[in-house]
Design a protein around this ligand. Structure first.
Ligand SMILES: *[C@@H]1O[C@H](CO)[C@@H](O)[C@H](O)[C@H]1NC(C)=O
Ligand SMILES: *[C@@H]1O[C@H](CO)[C@@H](O)[C@H](O)[C@H]1NC(C)=O
Ligand SMILES: *[C@@H]1O[C@H](CO)[C@@H](O)[C@H](O)[C@H]1NC(C)=O
Ligand SMILES: *[C@@H]1O[C@H](CO)[C@@H](O)[C@H](O)[C@H]1NC(C)=O
Ligand SMILES: *[C@@H]1O[C@H](CO)[C@@H](O)[C@H](O)[C@H]1NC(C)=O
Ligand SMILES: *[C@@H]1O[C@H](CO)[C@@H](O)[C@H](O)[C@H]1NC(C)=O
Ligand SMILES: *[C@@H]1O[C@H](CO)[C@@H](O)[C@H](O)[C@H]1NC(C)=O
Ligand SMILES: *[C@@H]1O[C@H](CO)[C@@H](O)[C@H](O)[C@H]1NC(C)=O
Length: 388
């Protein structure tokens, strides 16, 4: 009996430890402050609840309105609600702007700003100016400097909307750290293509690798992106992008035709990209497994997306690709995360342990046997053998 009590204590201890450790897998949920601009995109939600990216997007879109005012996003790598209380004195100055909005918790809000339809987006360490129609993301380490910087920029750019947010809250979140590294790296030219039907985004401009040579950065498209077809099984949507490729001595025009198809109703599929060199067909590049996403969602599955033709030794790569059809702004993402994500695993694990303990307890209770023999004062005394 002593041994099973010890065992029980171990299990209870284990469950407690698990329940303390599990919340550290928390997602990159951080607060967001938005101010400036003329419109206020008031949010009708519980101020203590986490809001979805879609809701944040609505708020941001309302703030920006129809025109494209200058947007300045301050990013503090590790940013928690506690930071706001610590720097409340200097941040309180921001509240004087009439459209100030505080959102306590959003999942990875930076992606919302990155996917705003601003073609002139950049990340800058040394902030000098932000002009209309431009979106600048800048890193801050000192929250006390935010209000000062904003006032300074606002002097030259009156139509300025600013936001303050972070990559993650906590020192343990690995995903947040990776995002922070991406902000720190140099190739920060985002790649955003907007056609009548397709919204196409990547963190960086694409790279092309031919046989064993070093991958070359294709830069941005050199002509307007055109599209034909109407994205049905009979007539796939073909989006044509043209880039400058090659080296100084041998420049050429590389054309990529992205073929978006409907193979299953309700889903779009991107399986093939045809490459041409100076308008001469070179090869079909393929991706396996094919990219597919549901009609009203955006595809956002892999960090690296590669279209390959092995026989010709050609690889076209995109970082953090995101695609959606028939929209001006990304909606809910389809992240290819299966049902069994980490939080679900932990929940199932903890539930299983508790179930086992309860079952064990019930079995123990069922094992209690009441006396079935009683001492008969007139008869022989009961003897119990000592060997048991
Ligand atoms: C973005 O805007 C800035 C400031 O107006 C300008 O200097 C820069 O050339 C623009 N970049 C692009 C790619 O249009
Ligand atoms: C970014 O570029 C600067 C010079 O422009 C260089 O010194 C620095 O090493 C680069 N950083 C990374 C991460 O590539
Ligand atoms: C690209 O599109 C813009 C706006 O539709 C147009 O003004 C411009 O002339 C086009 N450029 C080319 C090279 O077709
Ligand atoms: C440029 O590329 C061609 C092949 O595309 C190659 O033969 C040539 O050596 C390259 N030149 C330089 C300077 O890298
Ligand atoms: C790509 O090439 C294949 C055959 O090589 C052809 O059937 C298809 O129509 C081409 N697609 C585009 C978008 O050009
Ligand atoms: C590579 O491109 C050629 C066309 O030039 C095509 O016939 C072949 O099937 C492609 N290979 C792969 C693996 O896609
Ligand atoms: C997608 O959204 C549009 C309008 O928002 C709606 O009409 C359509 O039914 C939706 N499609 C699916 C598959 O949900
Ligand atoms: C890559 O190498 C293969 C074999 O050496 C050759 O057949 C092919 O043409 C090369 N690809 C390009 C794009 O030059």
């Amino acid at each position: 009996m002593m041994n099973s009590q010890l065992f029980l204590k171990w299990i209870i201890g284990f469950v407690l430890v698990i329940s303390i450790v599990v919340p550290n897998f928390a997602d990159d949920v951080v607060p967001v402050l938005i101010w400036g601009g003329t419109n206020s995109g008031k949010l009708n939600s519980n101020p203590f609840e986490k809001i979805s990216q879609t809701d944040l997007k609505d708020v941001v879109e309302k703030k920006l309105g129809e025109s494209q005012p200058a947007v300045l996003v301050f990013v503090k790598t590790n940013f928690c609600t506690e930071d706001l209380t610590q720097h409340s004195k200097s941040l309180a100055r921001l509240k004087q702007y009439k459209s100030f909005e505080y959102i306590p918790a959003v999942d990875s809000p930076l992606t919302i700003f990155k996917t705003l339809p601003y073609t002139n987006q950049s990340m800058e360490e040394e902030l000098e100016s932000v002009s209309e129609g431009q979106l600048v993301i800048t890193e801050v380490t000192d929250l006390d400097s935010v209000a000062k910087t904003f006032d300074l920029i606002k002097k030259s750019t009156p139509h300025l909307v600013a936001a303050l947010t972070g990559n993650y809250c906590s020192y343990r979140s690995e995903r947040g750290k990776r995002a922070a590294e991406m902000v720190a790296s140099n190739n920060t030219d985002v790649f955003l293509i907007e056609t009548q039907r397709l919204l196409f985004y990547a963190d960086h401009t694409p790279t092309l690798k031919i046989n064993d040579s070093d991958p070359i950065d294709l830069g941005n498209v050199i002509t307007n992106v055109t599209e034909t077809g109407d994205a049905t099984a009979a007539s796939p949507l073909i989006v044509k992008m043209e880039f400058n490729a090659g080296n100084e001595s041998a420049q050429y025009k590389a054309t990529f035709d992205f073929e978006i198809n409907v193979e299953t109703t309700g889903y779009y599929t991107l399986r093939r990209v045809n490459m041409s060199r100076d308008d001469e067909f070179v090869a079909n590049l393929e991706i396996r497994p094919a990219i597919y996403w549901a009609n009203n969602f955006s595809y956002h599955c892999a960090q690296h997306t590669k279209f390959v033709n092995k026989t010709h030794g050609i690889t076209l790569s995109f970082e953090n690709l995101q695609l959606q059809m028939d929209t001006k702004i990304f909606g809910d993402t389809y992240d290819c995360v299966g049902f069994t994500s980490i939080p679900i695993w932990s929940a199932m694990f903890v539930t299983a342990i508790i179930t086992i303990i309860t079952l064990w307890g019930i079995l123990m209770i069922m094992d209690i046997r009441t006396m079935d023999r009683f001492d008969d004062p007139k008869g022989k005394t009961i003897t119990i053998s000592a060997t048991d």
